[in-house]
Ligand binder design. Sequence first.
Ligand code: ADP
Ligand code: MG
Length: 655
Amino acid sequence: EIKKINRLEADKKQTIMGIVVSAEYKYYGRRRILEVAVSDNTAIITAKWFKGRMSYLTGIFKKGTKVIFTGNVTSNYLQKIMIHPDYEIMDENDSDNLLNFRRIVPVYSETEGLHQKYIRKIAFHALENYARYVVSPLPADICRKRLLPGIHEALLSVHFPENDKNPDEYNSIRSEAHRRLIYDEFFFFQLGMAVKKTGRILDRGIAFSIGKNSLLSQYYKLLPFTLTIAQKRVIAEIQNDMAKTTAMNRLLQGDVGSGKTIVAMSAMVTACNNGYQAALMAPTEILAKQHYRNISGWAQAIGLKAVLLTGAMNTAEKKETLNLINTGNADIIIGTHALIQEDVNFHKLGFVVVDEQHRFGVLQRAVLRNKGINADVLVMTATPIPRTLSLTVYGDLDVSVIDEMPPGKLPVSTLVMAENRRDKVYQMIAAELEKGNQAFIVYPLVEQSETLDLKDATNMAEHLQNDVFPDYKLGLIHGRMKDKEKESVMNDFQENKINILVATTVIEVGIDIPRASLMVIEHAERFGLSQLHQLRGRVGRREIPSTCILLADYARSDISRRRLKVMEKTGDGFLLAEEDLAIRGPGDFLGTRQSGLPDFRIASIIRDARILNEAREDAFSLVAADPLLERPEHLLLRETLIWKWQGKLDLARIG
Ligand code: ADP
Ligand code: MG
């Protein structure tokens, strides 16, 4: 908005337009000041520069030049003044003037050498010349139903809003124009999910027979406990999928210790009972071995052969294992990423379990599946994923949840403690060790950092061993160690040869240490709640009371303290995940880029959750009505989808 100079108010940032009436240096003692007086026929204002490229400025502010100044207005008895205003030189013939003034202007992030005005000009010309060629394949009835503005309108408006629009809505990405673009982005993402999911329904799968399941009943007899109701329900869901002629793709969510392994095993046994092989892929060597230890015993007892395949095996071992897999002499194959290497050829792979899914990309899941013939897939995760997020990341999967802990499992009592109670914490550790139990102490860093003033695992392990617990044996484990070293430390700890394990988050997933009853997490404020919850799950795996101490640096009123206090109150992983998601956002939540979470350009899963749900609903009902997008009115939709997903979607059948 351009103001008349005589209407300017003091101490406000305003914009004026006028003609330069004089531009000259004034000397105040030894200081040189450039003063440019501008008139708009209502009054005069003087702009002043104390420093900067003054000779350049005197060159452009010629008497008679038409200029625009924006800046804070001050005044003294004699003058209205702007100090170092933003300025524009107006060229009467320059059409750009329309672009930068008397309107709501977009502010783009600038790069070196490319100024706001120039980017604005590029954006404007791009829109003016090409926006009309942008075609939206979004069906008209959806646009009507959701009251979405047209795509041209939206594109123009996000860049150059009409004057009657509220700039606040644009700055907070809540305008109608934004809604349209966000909707589009979500819609095509969800449409891809819907096609994948439906495509799978159309995919032929193995129809496992589940009736005469003699191996499964033998397996159940081995278990020293009865299954929980949740486990039974989930097993039934899986068996139901397996029996279908269509391919299964199911996500199994269950908190740490909820008994997912037993469920996965029952599905693998069912596959073997049908003469197929089953594979289980774990994210780390330690976990693969742990699964192997549990599963190979059961397998053997019911006459099945389980093998382990990891990258760390020597050539001879590997060759032998590959041979067993290839010839079909191995029934259950457990391993790491090694399973998806090219040299692995399954004899007859019919069922695939992927543990701790979020560490693997979507593509790796597909690679393993494709090693079988229409293999069914079960994905397991202990990271509770909030609904909004699981719709996005796992939108193409069916979901089962184990929402019940096996009986006898005591909750881990959690305490948030401040740094000044460190001595008390050490006493608590000592008390636990005296009972023959073990403790974890977790640090955010492996080694001392130059930039972060944090305690680190390496130094603290040394200090604790020498100065605090000289009579006990401490071990150290972190991600920079070789797999073999990690393995041997972990084994020692598992066998209670180590009393205290000082660690980084490498112990995060799935490891069983029966006698570990205490966990101390230092700098707990540095971790996400979900991560703390995962860590906490490492203790309390037996029927001994366990404690988790969150040792944190905080000021009394700190929000990080309030955040940590939630950990004391609840053991509900889903609730903590929601909390985390709200505080930290989805990228951080899942930790990695390769999580399968797409990079949206404008949409945000959190901010725009409502739009996401609408887009999902619309996309899925569209695909339900026209699964292969074959109707003529969906032709463009289909093309766009293929282009947007660029190979990440198995669209062969509709391409
Ligand atoms: P998860 O993989 O979900 O973290 P596990 O499958 O490793 O959990 O099971 C955790 C522990 O609980 C194991 O020691 C397992 O033997 C035990 N467990 C599993 N199901 C039951 C059950 N129904 N009753 C008692 N204990 C169980
Ligand atoms: Mg597990």
